[in-house]
Design a protein around this ligand. Structure first.
Ligand SMILES: Cc1cc2nc3c(=O)[nH]c(=O)nc-3n(C[C@H](O)[C@H](O)[C@H](O)COP(=O)(O)OP(=O)(O)OC[C@H]3O[C@@H](n4cnc5c(N)ncnc54)[C@H](O)[C@@H]3O)c2cc1C
Length: 397
């Protein structure tokens, strides 16, 4: 609860100016707290006369920040395959570690991980903590969470990064909770603050309308998840050397209430739009599910895959694995052709890193044209067939 000490309050308005939620107002010379207060504490920090107190929410100030050192990346490994986001995180992790003058470590959990550990070193890691056990061949929140928590407690890294994938999103919040640390999910940018070396974690907020930079100055580790395809992986350097440390695992740690009976490849697993370098995206301008036949035809003509806006996924015209955007996937293909997509900020957040963007829309004012390299103003039902026949004609000749 946020308490105002009316004897100390001077009605200066600093609290009001610094409240992002418009939850505090100066009335008749005194601060008054409203219903929208989130107890974020920004007003308390800015009050020069200490008239504001957050009761029951004492800040967990850790006095030994200096004893936490190093940047860690959880490298996701599933069914013998390393998730590409792991290498992207090693890329940004390397930059952060160099800026802090500390080591970059990878955490690899799974079974039969030998070759992968070497690969992580070639992509920037100085150390790899390898927890390899048949009991870890399938992901479970409990076992992976226990291993990760134990390692962080033992080695005290100042920064821990993980992919905002289904697995990362599933167990990393539990790890952060066990450690009493904060977690910034879905970051799109990471940097180091010059003054105090704190991690600047930037992510879309308020429905993607603003970018918020979040800092955890008082606690360690600083933990973030990062979306795939946002950061750049480093080229592999086979001459890099590093240390692979085999983690000793207490059998009790690997116990889990979850029994994996069978692992089945999802029928959607062939739709990995994040791996495709050419995407054709369809939106509500397609009018109906049938409109996707045209999109599939165009995608086929350029050997690409089909992507979609949330509007059409919500309408059931196509499955969620195709969705691009803030609540879908982030993609960065060489070519993205947006057809009948208006270009809402939440969609653009997921495709703006594409190398070349082509937009087809009958509304010349559609915001998608602001991010497009090439724009075609016209009816997609007329434009796309012409495009397909031109592409096929060129291919034949
Ligand atoms: C918290 C939150 C998260 C969200 N996450 C996502 C997300 O991950 N991904 C996402 O895509 N959206 C997301 N949205 C929704 C987003 O705000 C938009 O509503 C959505 O992207 C609109 O989809 P659209 O462009 O297909 O449809 P519309 O905005 O309806 O646009 C349709 C476009 O088609 C054009 N058009 C119509 N007919 C034709 C024609 N015959 N030929 C050519 N052009 C035509 C129109 O001019 C229009 O520009 C999110 C929203 C919120 C609030």
């Amino acid at each position: 609860m946020l308490i105002v000490d009316n004897d100390l309050c001077v009605g200066c308005g600093l609290c009001e100016d610094n409240c992002a939620f418009a939850a505090i107002e100066v009335v008749d010379g005194l601060a008054v707290v409203g219903d929208t207060c989130t107890l974020c504490g920004a007003c308390v920090e800015h009050c020069e006369v200490e008239a504001l107190v957050l009761e029951g929410a004492e800040k967990n100030v850790q006095m030994d920040l200096a004893s936490w050192s190093g940047v860690w990346v959880y490298c996701e490994f599933r069914a013998g395959v390393l998730a590409s986001v792991s290498l992207e995180l090693l890329g940004i992790g390397r930059k952060l570690a160099d800026a802090r003058g500390v080591e970059l470590s990878a955490v690899l959990i799974g079974s039969h991980t030998e070759e992968t550990a070497e690969k992580l070193i070639a992509h920037g890691a100085d150390r790899v903590y390898r927890a390899d056990d048949p009991a870890l061949s399938f992901f479970t929140d409990e076992a992976y969470g226990a291993v990760m928590t134990k390692l962080i407690r033992e080695h005290k890294p100042e920064i821990v990064l993980a992919g905002a994938t289904a697995i990362g999103r599933s167990f990393i919040p539990g790890v952060a909770n066990s450690l009493g640390a904060g977690l910034t999910a879905d970051c799109t940018q990471l940097d180091i603050r010059d003054d105090d070396g704190a991690l600047l974690q930037t992510r879309p907020a308020f429905g993607g309308n603003i970018m918020a930079t979040i800092v955890c100055p008082h606690s360690r580790p600083q933990m973030s998840t990062v979306r795939p395809n946002v950061m750049k992986a480093l080229e592999a350097d086979a001459t890099r050397t590093g240390k692979i440390i085999d983690v000793s695992l207490d059998p009790a740690m690997l116990e889990t209430k979850v029994r994996v009976l069978e692992s089945v490849i999802s029928e959607h697993d062939d739709v990995n739009i994040q791996e495709s370098d050419k995407l054709v995206g369809g939106g509500r301008g397609l009018d109906s599910e049938k409109g996707f036949e045209l999109i599939r035809e165009l995608a086929k003509s350029i050997d690409g895959s089909v992507a979609a806006s949330r509007a059409v996924v919500d309408s059931g015209w196509i499955g969620y694995p195709h969705q691009v955007g803030q609540t879908g996937k982030t993609v960065a293909p060489k070519l993205y052709i947006a057809c009948g997509i208006s270009g809402a900020i939440q969609h653009v957040a997921g495709m703006q890193s594409s190398e070349t963007i082509v937009a087809i829309n009958r509304d010349a004012e559609a915001p998608i044209f602001n991010v497009a390299d090439f724009g075609i103003v016209g009816d997609l039902f007329e434009v796309i067939p012409k495009l397909i026949s031109t592409i096929e004609g060129r291919r034949k000749s």
